[in-house]
Ligand binder design. Structure first.
Ligand code: AMP
Length: 538
């Protein structure tokens, strides 16, 4: 027997309608690329979103079309988070930090019909112009009047917006319709797309708002430093509107000083980002203390060092909330709130807990398994592969077959993280099976890097591993065997890599060795390399 409750569709525009009705005077503040501040309210945003949805429809964007965005966190990008799904299209956030080959691939793979570009990123966007052949319209924002570009079919944001109607009716009523698309790098091969639905993002929003989770509320001022182009800024653009929290969008200003100024000037209470960002902010706040309303930092994307948590909490009185997630999990999966009875714990005990990635958010299920797929105990010691399932976890990658490398037969997603679980359900990441380096929140593919290094004529073999780094969380280390009779330097290799990869991919650390250790089947044995590094032998 079915229950007798309304089958009310969970859609992105219903989040916006809620925010508009209840919180239309709450502000959204943006630091613009020219350093000026833009300020308006959810009420203003709502009217502009409606216009933009309508304008997109008039432009010929149809339900299910993919519309790309290439920009920092700012109010126009926020409008697009609502306006694109609002007209039934799919908001494809292009990660500006991908290599130009990867960007080209994802634009073509997603078949983006329109791309919105922050004009301050034009020099970077121009490097991918060869891949734009099938894109019908490029829409520029933050462009000064008279802005010149050689790209064809360019429109300007405000001019396009003016063609739309404010009394637009939302077309989507099927909550399972796609609303967002975000690609993530794999160990090898092309990036893979996570295709979110209205329903999954709506439920994720409720997940973000849970009290044991980020618990954003209507008294908060939230600064998402985590980019809108990476894992939907952790869903904060939706959660804040639903909760009535004010938003502060940092634009391109992600360094310690401007962030500290923004936090102080705008009365930010919660800020979210990767550890690298909080490291920079900490240095700044210690060097130049400020009066802050900041109560909590949400940290994810890489492991938050225990020492940095202790520094924030004991020296600055700012709480740290460690969280874990993936592009494939929308992204929020776990959050590390202290358990019942924590009032009686010492600070040291609390920081031991906060160094873990935390408990699954209500709605997300976790399990750990061994190599044979057998479930492992939650004893706080046993390491196994983390698998996850839930209503905001991918069931398949966009335009790909479901494959055993990423999905189990019984319907779980394989995260590639190797973790232990405490009996109380706290997850701790120990390792990962993905052969990737996560530097400052963005991925570097070890395999792509080592292939490119090995293409240098003076190199016989090279293997890349991730090594810990205080500033960037991880950096690549290249273990390199020079070709017979050759000597080669790291600088020479980096010159060879520079035309192909973004600057942050270029390794600063090279170790010259006689041979790369191999497994029984002749693959590079990175476990051995990691152990050599830990013993100081690299
Ligand atoms: P992405 O999809 O690019 O956001 O990357 C997701 C991956 O980042 C996860 O599978 C983990 O390997 C890593 N990650 C995310 N959050 C954390 C965290 N709090 N601690 C350690 N690694 C993390």
């Amino acid at each position: 027997m079915h229950g007798l409750m309304m089958d009310f569709p969970l859609t992105i525009h219903s989040i916006l309608e809620h925010g508009y009705r209840l919180f239309s005077d709450v502000t959204v503040t943006t630091r613009l690329p020219d350093g000026n501040t833009h300020r308006y309210t959810y009420g203003d945003m709502y009217r502009r979103v409606k216009r933009m949805s309508s304008a997109l429809e008039k432009l010929g964007v149809q339900v299910g079309d993919r519309v790309g965005t290439f920009g920092w966190n700012n109010y126009q990008h926020l409008e697009l988070y609502y306006a694109i799904p609002g007209c039934g299209a799919v908001c494809h956030t292009l990660n500006i930090r991908l290599t130009h080959d990867q960007l080209g691939y994802i634009i073509e793979h997603a078949e983006d019909k329109v791309i919105f570009v922050d004009a301050s990123l034009m020099p970077l966007f121009n490097t991918i112009s060869e891949y734009l052949g099938n894109v019908e319209t490029i829409v520029l924002y933050n462009a000064e009047p008279g802005f010149e570009t050689s790209l064809p079919n360019v429109r300007f944001y405000e001019e396009l917006l003016a063609t739309g109607d404010e009394d637009y009716d939302w077309p989507v009523t099927d909550e399972r319709a796609a609303m967002g698309l975000c690609y993530t790098s794999g160990t090898t091969g092309h990036p893979k797309g996570a295709l979110y639905s209205h329903r999954s993002m709506y439920l994720h929003t409720l997940g973000v708002l849970q009290a044991n989770s980020l618990a954003v509320d209507q008294t908060d001022v939230v600064l998402p430093v985590v980019p809108q182009f990476h894992a939907m800024a952790w869903g904060l653009p939706y959660a804040c509107c639903m909760a009535g929290a004010a938003l502060v969008m940092p634009g391109p200003f992600l360094q310690g000083k401007p962030l500290a100024d923004m936090i102080a000037e705008e009365g930010v209470t919660i800020a979210a980002g990767v550890p690298t960002i909080w490291n920079g902010l900490y240095q700044e706040l210690v060097a130049n203390p400020r009066e802050l309303a900041l109560k909590e930092l949400v940290v994810g994307g890489s492991a938050m060092p225990r020492g940095l948590t202790a520094n924030y909490e004991s020296n600055l009185g700012v709480e740290v909330l460690h969280a874990w997630g993936m592009t494939e999990t929308s992204p929020l999966g776990t959050s590390c709130r202290l358990p019942r009875g924590h009032q009686d714990m010492s600070d040291e005990q609390k920081w031991d807990i906060k160094a873990m990635q935390g408990r699954p958010v209500g709605g997300v299920e976790l399990r750990i398994v061994d190599d044979a797929g057998k479930e492992l105990p939650w004893d706080g010691r046993t390491l196994g592969e983390l698998q996850v399932r839930g209503p905001w976890v991918v069931s398949c990658y966009y335009k790909r077959e479901v494959n055993p490398e990423n999905f189990t037969d019984d319907g779980w997603f394989r995260t590639g993280d190797v973790v232990s679980m405490t009996p109380g359900g706290y997850m701790k990441i120990g390792d990962r099976t993905k052969d990737l380096v996560k530097s400052g929140g963005e991925w570097i593919s070890s395999v792509e890097l080592e292939n490119a290094v090995m293409a240098h004529p003076k190199v016989a073999e090279a293997a890349v591993i991730a090594i810990p780094d205080e500033k960037w969380s991880e950096r690549p280390l290249v273990a390199l065997v020079p070709a017979e009779g050759e000597t080669v330097t790291g600088e020479e290799i980096n010159e060879h890599l520079a035309p192909t990869f973004p600057k942050y991919w270029l390794p600063e650390k090279y170790a010259f060795i006689d041979t790369v250790p191999k497994t029984s089947v002749g693959k590079f044995d990175k476990k051995v390399l990691r152990a050599m590094y830990a013993e100081g032998k690299l």
